[in-house]
Design a protein around this ligand. Structure first.
Ligand code: FAD
Ligand code: SF4
Length: 539
C-alpha cells in the first residue's frame, strides 16, 4: 500500500516522473526539504547481477519491452537521427560512460538562453557544478590504457600535445575486489568495491565500481523517505479542479495487460529524459483532458552534440583495447570540438553486426549503398577481417567526436509515437570531415580499418547518446516551455528537470550539466515548513 502524505489532501507533495539525473537530484533535494515524494520509473530496478556479461545478451541489455527485453539500453531510430538512451532505476547513469565535463564558455553565453540567467549562466551554475561533481563522485582519471596512449600519440603527431586531456569520471577507483565502507558521504552511502577496469560501463557495472545514481542521489533520497516504484510508466497527467494533479500510470513488467493505477500530487516534476519528457508532454498537450495549456514550444529546439561515432577495428592486434573504464582520454581539437576514445568490455561485439565501411565526405543520398559496396570490392579482405575479428571490443577503438554547432530539429507526434522534423539549420549529419580525418590517422597508426554504423554510413544519419532540449527555457510561454527556474508555463506546480531543459548546445557529455541545472532548480523550492499555513513562502 502506498502511504498517503500527511497533512495534505494529495497522496504526495511531489510526483517525479523518471529516475535519471534530473529526477534523482529533485528527489533528494525535495525529501531533504521535508516533502513527501513518489518517484515512478518506467524501467526496472536492475542490480549488478542483472546486467549482461556482454551486449550479445540482448534480453538483459536492450530495452525492448514488446519483445520481453527489459534491459538498460534503448535504441530509438528517427528519420534525422538515431537516439540511444538508458532505462531503469538510475536512468542513463546505468548505461553511461561516467564522463563529467564542464562545458566551455560558448555554452553559457549562447544567445538561445544567455538573457535568461540571473547574472550569467557560468556564475549562476558554478556552485551547482561543484555540488554535482561531489555528489556524483567525479575525479580526474589517472588510468592509462593502450588506447589513451594512442590518443596521446595522435595529439603529439598533430603538434597539439596540450590538447590531450584526462576526463573527470564518476567511478570509485579504490581497490578492486575489496569492499569498503562508503567513501563519499561520511559513511551514509552504500559500501563500495573498486573499479575492475573491465570496460563494461555501458552494459551496466557488474562490479559496483560505477557511481551510478542508485549509489548516491537515489540511495540517499530513499534513506530520507523517497518512495520509488519501478516498472511504473506515467501515461497521463491532468490538473485537478482544486489544484494539484492526478497521474495515471501503467504498473508492472509485462507489456500487455498492465494494471492502471492513479495517484495524486500537489506538484509534478517531469524527469523522463529528453525522449520520455517530450513524448509525454506532446501527448498531454494534444489531450484536452491532459495539459492543453502547455506551450506550443514543446518538442522544439531539440539538439544533439553534433556527434560522429566511428570504429577503428584492428585485426591481429596484441593489445586489449577493452581494458579500462569506458572513456579515459580526450583530445580537444579546437574550442568547439573534441574526440573521446570509448570502449566496451571484452566480448561485447554486438555493434559489429551493424557496422559497414565508413564513408567520409559528402555524397548524394542515393549513392551511399553503392559507394559502400565499392569500398568492399576495393578492399574485400580488409573489410572481412574487420567484420570478423575474434573479439570486436578488444580489437576496436570506438571514436566519439562531438562539437558545439548550432542546429536543431523538432520532435512532433507521429502515427508511431514521436517523429523528427527539420527545424532550424541543416539536418544533422553523421559525416564530419575532422572526425573522419582523426579516425583515418588512428587507423594509419594502428593498421586498423575505419568502420561506422549503418545509420551513419548508409544513411548519413548520426547516432546520438545525447538527445537534449525540447522543453527549453523562455521568457514567456510563447518563447519557451519553462521559465529559468524550470517551472512549466501554464500550470502552477509543474516542473521539467532533465536533459529536455538544456537550452543551448552543450557540446560535451551533458549529465553533469543536467545535474547542476537540477541542483539550481531545486534550490529555489522552499522547505516544506516555510510553505505551511502561517509561514512565509518564497514563490
Ligand atoms: C551509451 C551511453 C553513454 C553515455 N555516456 C555519457 C557520459 O559519459 N557522460 C555524460 O554526461 N552522458 C552520457 N550519456 C548521456 C546520459 O546518459 C544522458 O544525457 C542522461 O542520462 C540524461 O539524463 P536525464 O535526467 O535527462 O534522464 P535519463 O537519465 O535519460 O532518465 C530518464 C528516465 O525516465 C524514465 N522514463 C521515461 N519515460 C517515463 C515515463 N513515462 N514514466 C516513468 N519513467 C519514464 C526512463 O526509463 C529513464 O530511466 C550516455 C548515454 C548513453 C546511452
Ligand atoms: S570499468 Fe568495469 S568495474 Fe569499472 S566502472 Fe566500468 S563497468 Fe564498473
Amino acid at each position: 500500500m502506498l502511504k498517503a502524505a500527511l497533512m495534505t489532501e494529495f497522496d504526495y507533495d511531489y510526483l517525479i516522473v523518471g529516475s535519471g539525473f534530473g529526477g534523482s537530484v529533485a528527489a533528494l533535494r525535495l525529501v531533504e526539504k521535508g516533502y513527501s515524494v513518489l518517484m515512478l520509473e518506467k524501467g526496472s530496478e536492475l542490480k549488478a547481477a542483472d546486467f549482461p556479461e556482454s551486449n550479445w545478451d540482448l534480453k538483459r541489455w536492450l530495452w525492448a519491452p514488446l519483445f520481453g527485453a527489459r534491459g538498460l539500453f534503448q535504441i530509438r531510430p528517427f528519420r534525422h537521427l538515431w537516439v540511444v538512451a538508458g532505462n531503469g532505476v538510475g536512468g542513463g547513469s546505468l548505461v553511461y560512460a561516467n564522463t563529467l565535463p564542464i562545458p566551455t564558455e560558448r555554452f553559457f553565453q549562447s544567445d538561445t538562453w544567455a538573457s535568461l540567467a540571473d547574472t550569467n549562466w557560468e556564475d549562476d551554475l558554478r556552485e551547482h557544478y561543484q555540488t554535482a561533481r561531489r555528489m556524483l563522485g567525479a575525479a580526474k582519471s589517472e588510468v592509462t590504457t593502450p588506447s589513451s596512449l594512442l590518443l596521446k600519440g595522435l595529439a603529439e603527431d598533430r603538434g597539439i600535445p596540450e590538447a590531450f586531456e584526462k576526463p573527470h569520471l564518476a567511478v570509485y577507483m579504490g581497490e578492486a575486489e575489496k569492499r569498503v565502507p562508503d567513501p563519499y558521504f561520511n559513511g551514509e552511502g552504500p559500501d563500495r568495491i573498486g573499479c575492475h577496469r573491465c570496460g563494461g560501463c555501458m552494459t551496466g557495472c557488474r562490479y559496483d565500481g560505477k557511481n551510478s545514481l542508485d549509489k548516491n542521489y537515489l540511495y540517499l533520497a530513499r534513506k530520507r523517505g523517497l518512495e520509488l516504484r519501478a516498472d511504473a510508466e506515467v501515461v497521463k497527467v491532468s490538473p485537478l479542479t482544486e489544484g494539484g494533479f492526478r497521474a495515471d500510470c501503467l504498473m508492472g513488467a509485462r507489456y500487455f495487460g498492465r494494471d492502471r493505477w492513479t495517484v495524486t500530487a500537489k506538484n509534478v516534476v517531469f524527469s523522463a529524459g529528453a525522449l520520455g519528457t517530450n513524448k509525454l508532454l506532446l501527448k498531454l498537450r494534444a489531450d484536452p483532458t491532459g495539459l492543453p495549456e502547455l506551450s506550443a514550444q514543446v518538442g522544439h529546439r531539440v539538439r544533439t552534440n553534433s556527434e560522429s561515432l566511428l570504429f577503428v577495428t584492428i585485426p591481429g592486434t596484441d593489445e586489449n583495447y577493452s581494458t579500462g573504464v569506458a572513456i579515459d582520454s580526450i583530445l580537444k581539437t579546437d574550442e568547439d570540438s573534441h574526440l573521446e576514445v570509448v570502449r566496451y568490455g571484452a566480448g561485447s561485439g554486438f555493434f559489429r553486426t551493424m557496422s559497414v565501411p565508413h564513408l567520409g565526405g559528402s555524397s548524394p543520398a542515393g549513392l551511399h549503398a553503392m559507394l559502400i559496396a565499392l569500398q568492399f570490392l576495393r578492399h574485400p579482405l580488409r573489410v572481412i577481417r574487420a567484420l570478423f575479428v575474434a573479439d570486436w571490443a578488444r580489437q576496436t577503438l570506438i571514436l566519439l567526436y562531438m562539437r558545439t554547432i548550432e542546429g536543431t530539429i523538432k520532435l512532433t507526434r507521429g502515427r508511431f509515437g514521436l517523429k523528427s522534423e527539420l527545424h532550424m539549420g541543416e539536418a544533422p549529419r553523421a559525416r564530419i570531415a575532422e572526425a573522419t580525418s582523426l579516425a583515418e590517422d588512428m587507423a594509419a597508426k594502428t593498421g586498423g580499418t575505419v568502420m561506422a554504423g549503418v545509420a551513419e554510413s548508409l544513411l548519413n544519419v548520426p547516432v546520438t547518446a545525447h538527445l537534449l532540449g525540447g522543453c527549453c527555457m523562455g521568457e514567456t510561454k510563447d518563447t519557451g516551455v519553462i521559465d529559468n527556474r524550470h517551472r512549466v508555463f501554464g500550470y502552477d506546480g509543474l516542473y521539467t528537470v532533465d536533459g529536455s531543459t538544456i537550452s543551448a548546445n552543450v557540446g560535451v557529455n551533458p549529465s553533469l550539466t543536467i545535474t547542476a541545472l537540477a541542483e539550481r532548480a531545486m534550490s529555489f523550492i522552499p522547505d516544506k515548513s516555510a510553505t505551511e499555513p502561517g509561514a512565509w513562502a518564497d514563490s
